[in-house]
Write a protein that binds this ligand. Sequence first.
Ligand code: LMR
Length: 440
Amino acid sequence: MALSEISSSYSMTQTLNTNLSSKHTTSLNSYGSRRRSALLHPRCAPRIRCSVAPNQVQTPVTTAVPSDVVSKRECYGVFCTTYDLKADEKSKSWKSLINIAVSGAAGMISNHLLFKLASGEVFGPDQPIALKLLGSERSFQALEGVAMELEDSLYPLLREVSIGIDPYEVFQDAEWALLIGAKPRGPGMERADLLDINGQIFAEQGKALNAVASRNVKVIVVGNPCNTNALICLKNAPNIPAKNFHALTRLDENRAKCQLALKAGVFYDKVSNMTIWGNHSTTQVPDFLNAKINGVPVKEVITDTKWLEKEFTERVQKRGGVLIQKWGRSSAASTAVSIVDGIRSLVTPTPEGDWFSSGVYTNGNPYGIAEDIVFSMPCRSTGDGDYELVKDVIIDDFLRERIKKTEAELLAEKRCVAHLTGEGNAYCDLPEDTMLPGEQ
Ligand code: LMR
């Protein structure tokens, strides 16, 4: 591949950092400079950028740049050499580019997820994408590393990579926002503190989405406690439909399917209609009453009701904790896979008779679950990015009692973040055993 041009923003970045002229912007070490360069580099036209340090760049080809590219060729940080692939795009009958924002982009989950997004396995082989990666001041160098690895992977569908630490900048025109970044609960930290610290991040990100994202952006909240973070986010984004916000419980659905398959001695693709009810926490309810194996109700295939009620349920609820004990850190690869599954469930039609689980806004739900919280329920999609709640699942006494418990936990979490949802003073009376899957 020949270098075709050096964009003007490269020189802009260089100008801003004249003392660092021997290196590209990866070497920026002050927040001020970084932020300045981020603000000076708004959204790019669809194209691939390759990281090239100034002293590696061959002859600048500034005169050969087509005028329509000149007007929008600003780029971020190290992404300074641009290949104009417009003509190429025309011959490919690709869909138009979509903008995908990812927070916590330098973390482990993202490190698995971003490469799946870029490969086309999530949105399809004819869907070019722009990745807008949000990191923090602390993670900025790592974020540049991620962006460089993405470039080096030469994914044809990855037309743009931009990085930044300001959600108002990074979320600009986002059509999907995958909100992964959150603080883990540290030693001695109260759960209320965690709710407050992460809640502030999600309040800010909700405001930013409200201000600059696409009006129909789909938001998937992964950072824990994800249900309440999703609620905070949507409350701070009143101009975006509340229905567009999801809390990731697909990981729990996948875990439940795996455990049922294991017990029944079948491959896990034989398990369907798996609902996770409620919170992504140890009170979540994996619904074995409505789930099916080979199209047959689970209870007819696995007749050991005690196992279903106790071992199976607890195994799913606490799977995240067991993983942390083994790995020494939270699940990352399987979380990324479940984000992919969650998105694919929204962009492809749900198979006839089946459904998927997602934590969604409860207003108007048919199950009598408290309104105005984010609660995992069974959903179906026609593949347009939207979903409908499945209405005809059976709820018996066992399920009802457990659904009440996870609902009570979410209502308590909601009271605890009232200061972040615009509902007055917070009052924290979290149930004693309120825990994330990873806490035991
Ligand atoms: C998981 O389910 O693996 C994580 O949400 C665990 C955690 O508590 O971080």
